[in-house]
Design a protein around this ligand. Sequence first.
Ligand code: PLP
Length: 447
Amino acid sequence: MHDRHGRTHTESKYSLARSAPHLALMENGGEAAKWRFGAANPALEAAGRHNIRSLVHDLYDCLDRTDSRSVVPLGHGDPSVFACFRTAAAAEEAVVATALSGKHNNYARAAGVEEARSAVAEYLSRDLPYEVTADDVVITAGCNHAIEVMMAVLAAPGANVLLPRPGFPMYESRAALCGLEFRHFDLLPDKGWEVDLHGVEAVADESTVAMVIVNPNNPCGCVYSYDHLAKIAETARKLGILVISDEVYDHCVFGSKPFVPMGVFGAIAPVVTMGGISKRWMVPGWRLGWIAATDPNGILRDKKIIESAIGYRAISVDPATFIQGALPQIIANTEQTFFENAMNVLREAAEICYQKLKEIECVTCPHKPEGSMFVMVKLDLSCLDGIHDDVDFCSKVASEESVLICPGSGLGMKDWLRITFAVDPPLLEDGLERVKSFCKRHGKPRR
Ligand SMILES: *Cc1c(COP(=O)(O)O)cnc(C)c1O
């Protein structure tokens, strides 16, 4: 065998036989080395158990490669792959212009590029009864990174956080990884997936430091009303905890309810607002998000929450500086019509999804989606033959129909399904039609 310098391996000056003949001999039965390492971090294993990326990826392995139909990805939300959801031209131009300016090729400060922090502060202030300042903002590599930062900031020994069920499993993963205890409260399907506030009070104790809400909601597709958010704030105040409001789907509403940011209630209980451009601008690959103290009384500042978040940012990954540099222009130049068009397509897709689901006998959808890109659906296994749970259902739908759906177990909801409708509408319709014929084929004969 020759390497790229044309030498044969035996004559290479790096040949083991030549440089360390005693080691080369060991391959033939010398003393075995004792390797002391292994991938055995229990916290990492615990964190991985909440990872739905791997659940959805397992489904890819179930696909039948001989099926000539296109794969319908209803498992994870990434609309950016469809032409109808292409981001605003103004956003792409802002990134290009920033790259060409040569002004953002540097390392940025830990809190983020100053102009980006100001742009986020101004963006959030539009919908709030007080001003957020650049000092209240930390730029992150997407909203997932914001979750990572906040879980680490709150991970005091013995502390616990309250997470919604169903929820977004990155919270569980990140809390597990940094040794922060988490407890669940339920979202109530019969009440439009509102937070079970009695449940929140029941699981909280003196060591509880925060509760998380996601609004507009992934995975339920609900949007919380002004009154419900006020009640959440009152509950947090009573418990003495902060509210982490995941608003990565801010303004992603297409039903009758408007989007109300949790920060509106920041004077009742301190709110950490997290967001990003991944969903509203449909560019999850650009990896840009934020954490903001939306707390007019400055309690988060007194408690050094933002300071600590910046401290964590200083030792974790950085969002690309030129994307941060482009943010002010992305926000300022994106035309309203882009958002309107995107919401029109999502509204149409949600409608198709809801109507199609009604035609499928073994599933029920307790709440018509009015925001985000997801809906939760309950599986009725009693009307299906030979399907033992949600994971089995999703594996078989993948292999027989080339449709990918996220099993609810991944979100703490066994025998439920999470479906994204942020898919090109004709493909969505085709995919759900396939699920329908799957259910017919596997349906128990009616008596
Ligand atoms: C997609 C999503 C995120 C992660 O957003 P990125 O900006 O892509 O990291 C966080 N929270 C929820 C609820 C999401 O749906």
